[in-house]
Design a protein around this ligand. Structure first.
Ligand SMILES: [Zn+2]
Ligand SMILES: [Zn+2]
Length: 772
């Protein structure tokens, strides 16, 4: 028997051992580079029961993709044994993601009689660090960062006892033989206190900033109820407004802050332990300082995911901010010396330990959307579990991802290994994470890419990385096609579909900036069948940082008859006319069809903000402003022009249906309607809602007209703008009422974190066509 999937380091061998023994079967079980293998010998009935129960009762962290069996000769063996691990051969086994502390370990952690009482590194076959400590495969202790901790006699006995729940748990350890926690200052000198975790709790209770070494990197913690501490953390981190996540000790504490429904409860308590974005209760204001998540209807909550965090959350005696250990947009610190140095000016104390983190992995972020998990940042607890592809790839593929929120994806056969969150590829440190991450995944999963897919933007560092590779076939994939293909792969759907890709920025095949796209698409190719009417971005990138420039660009056409006293113009009077001129003349004003920029224009118009300090901020705040009860709507004109040929740049013929007319949505109509309402004294919250409703109505109208042209009844929604719950809810509801089947993201983000999977899907589909 051979078992493939996430089968190593998850307690499968002891489970097989126990099952076979209980059924009176003889034989063996072992790990090799392909996964788990076993030979069982006994009565036909017992063997059948064994196979049935294997899949049904497998341990919680195991993910069995395939069980295959062959018949062998009878050996007459007596008894069942666990065979030694074998190395070599092609590697097909999967490394498990890191997993939150299990209930059995938590019981021992709290038990004064247990030898691991309050030991911050307790773990077992069902829980503990995995991906972040793995240096190489097979998953065995010598190939992890636990290799430097020789087991004591008691731990070794548990490790070797097939009846023990720590049998072959690679990170097994105890206070006598395992890692130790210490509380130190920025020079590495130990701070006083008998118990470092109690002392760290004291730092938080007294308003200090605490750096904590977690599973995948360092966090910065402060008491979430302490306004001065939260403000101080913002100032020291140079993070002005972006919301902080909050760690609470347990579910009961989560319920005092947020609405937690059954789906959210499963995510909060599950083994992956992400940050879960939840609707905030008014009472949360009593426990959470305003600076934690300013002006946000949601709060990101996380329950402790390691024994260290469990102990610390109790010692802190209240909700704590838990944010990445970095300054501004740098990657999260994960190496000890580097962390002390980089965080020296931020943290008052450091809770550290001596188990190395091999791979930097941020917290994952998810939310529940219409009863379903929707991943916004896919990292710790999820990576490196593969996304299963609907069809096998002809050749191994690397998708290099986008520039912002980068992930890469290495794929072969039906497994797409989407990396942990790498970050914004804008500095050397992040680029190093990217290149080292690819090298690590290649070794770990034995994928030697022959096809490399990249964004069309020539200046993206990920595109340049691809261009520098030798001996591979390069495939350029348009950004929004990658979004739609990612959504198809996420849903195991082959297409064709009407793809709606709304985001901030993506390089178009015509050299302009796209971002409000309706694509008739399958994985191999696409036709740009609709778009938001292109408008100039006065000042280029400056228009991204200063949303009011987009307001000016949209209102230029009628600059003479602008409603008097328009506040956005008054606030930016010094530059307004120059920016309008730029837009009208098209000087330093590249054209964009971006949906994100349309949100920016309305946000600045309504006084939400004229300047942003993190990506998407104005649009996010516009959504928060909107009155969700408002049903009024603005109308955007939809015009037609003859459609261009299939524009995906893929020469081979595909069966993609053709739209004969290209539909252009007049986004400016929405901005003008909003300006008129504003001049008439309508509340900004109502205007914000009418804008959302108007864009949703136009989106559904375009989809319906494209269905008329092509006969396609499936719509796929992708792009970062669909993180907007209000817009998504309106679009999905109306599409479904109109008879559409709607595909949305769940396993990978709709934002650029999902691009690498889409690139792999496109490159794989083209490879399949070329080879057939
Ligand atoms: Zn456990
Ligand atoms: Zn020990």
């Amino acid at each position: 028997m051979r078992v493939e999937g996430v089968v190593q380091g998850v307690g499968l061998r002891p489970f097989v051992y126990g099952l076979a023994t209980s059924l009176g079967l003889a034989g063996l079980v072992g790990n090799d580079a392909d996964g788990v293998f076993a030979e069982v010998e006994g009565s036909a009935g017992a063997v059948a029961r064994f196979l049935a129960r294997l899949e049904r009762e497998a341990p919680p962290l195991a993910r069995i993709d395939r069980v295959s069996t062959v018949s062998m000769g009878i050996t007459g063996a007596a008894g069942f044994v666990i065979a030694a691990s074998q190395t070599g051969g092609q590697r097909r086994t999967l490394v498990s993601p890191d997993s939150a502390t299990c209930a059995d370990c938590l019981r021992e952690l709290a038990d004064p009689a247990d030898r691991r009482h309050r030991y911050p590194f307790i773990n077992c076959t069902n829980c503990g660090p995995r991906f972040t400590i793995v240096r190489d495969v097979p998953y065995d202790r010598p190939f992890t960062t636990m290799a430097t901790f020789p087991m004591c006699a008691l731990c070794a006995a548990e490790y070797h006892d097939p009846a023990d729940r720590r049998f072959h748990a690679q990170p097994v350890c105890c206070p006598a033989c395992g890692p130790r926690a210490r509380l130190v200052d920025a020079t590495g000198a130990e701070l006083p206190g008998a118990d470092p975790i109690e002392a760290a709790g004291g730092v938080l209770r007294f308003g200090g900033v605490l750096a904590v070494k977690g599973l995948g990197g360092y966090h910065l913690l402060v008491d979430a109820g302490n306004a001065a501490a939260a403000a101080e953390l913002r100032a020291r981190k140079y993070r002005e407004d972006k919301p902080f996540a909050v760690m609470v000790p347990d579910l009961a504490a989560a319920r005092t802050l947020c609405v937690v429904d059954a789906a959210a409860e499963r995510l909060l308590l599950g083994a992956r332990r992400p940050i879960v974005l939840l609707p905030r209760l008014p009472e949360a204001d009593r426990f959470i300082a305003p600076a934690v998540a300013p002006g946000n209807r949601q709060l990101g909550l996380m329950l402790p995911y390691t024994p260290l965090h469990h102990l610390l959350a109790t010692a802190a005696a209240g909700p704590v901010v838990a944010t990445s250990g970095n300054i501004s947009d740098e990657p999260i610190a994960f190496r000890d010396a580097d962390a002390l140095q980089r965080l020296a000016g931020i943290a008052d104390a450091f809770l550290v330990h001596d188990r190395a983190i091999h791979i930097r992995t941020d917290d994952s972020v998810v939310r529940v959307s219409q009863g379903r998990e929707s991943v916004i940042r896919r990292s710790r607890g999820y990576a490196p579990e593969p996304i299963r592809l609907a069809r096998p790839l002809p050749r191994p593929v690397l998708g290099c991802g986008a520039e912002l929120k980068n992930t890469f994806c290495l794929a072969k056969d039906r497994h797409a290994f989407v990396s942990h969150h790498i970050g914004d590829l804008e500095n050397a440190e992040t680029l190093r994470s990217f290149t080292e991450g690819i090298a690590h995944f290649r070794r770990l999963f034995d994928v030697e890419p022959q096809v490399v897919a990249h964004d069309l933007h020539p200046d993206y560092l990920s595109s340049k990385y691809a261009a520098d590779l030798a001996g591979v076939d390069l495939v350029g994939v348009q950004h929004h096609h990658a979004h739609v293909a990612s959504c198809l792969a996420d849903n195991g759907w082959n297409g064709p579909v009407i793809g709606v890709a709304f985001d901030g920025t993506g390089y178009g095949t015509d050299g302009t900036i796209w971002g409000g796209e309706f694509l008739i698409a399958d994985a191999a190719d696409f036709q740009r069948a609709g778009l938001l009417a292109p408008v100039p971005m006065p000042g280029g990138a400056a228009a991204i940082r200063q949303p009011w420039r987009m307001t000016a660009a949209h209102l230029t056409a009628s600059v003479a008859d602008l409603p008097g006293g328009l506040a956005v113009r008054d606030r930016n009077a010094a530059q307004w006319d120059a920016v309008v001129t730029m837009a009208v003349r098209g000087v330093n004003a590249p054209l964009t069809s971006s949906a994100g920029r349309l949100f920016d224009a309305v946000a600045a118009l309504l006084g939400v903000r004229d300047l942003i300090n993190y990506e998407g901020q104005a649009a996010i705040e516009l959504e928060q402003l909107a009155d969700v009860g408002e049903q009024g709507s603005y109308r955007a004109a939809i015009t037609e022009r003859p459609a261009a040929a299939v524009a995906g740049g893929f020469a081979a013929a595909t069966e993609l249906p053709r739209a004969k007319a290209q539909l252009i949505v007049g986004g400016s109509d929405l901005v003008h309607a909003a300006a008129d309402d504003l001049a008439a004294g309508v509340e900004p919250s109502v205007i914000a809602a009418r804008f959302h409703n108007g864009l949703a109505a136009a989106t559904v109208a375009v989809c319906a007209r494209l269905r008329d042209q092509t006969g396609l009844g499936v719509a796929a929604l992708s792009g970062g703008v669909f993180q907007n719950l209000l817009l998504t809810d309106r679009v999905v509801t109306r599409l479904q009422q109109d008879g559409f089947r709607v595909l949305r993201h769940s396993q990978v983000p709709c934002n650029d974190g999902g691009i690498s999977l889409g690139q792999v899907a496109v490159a794989g589909a083209r490879d399949r066509v070329s080879q057939s």
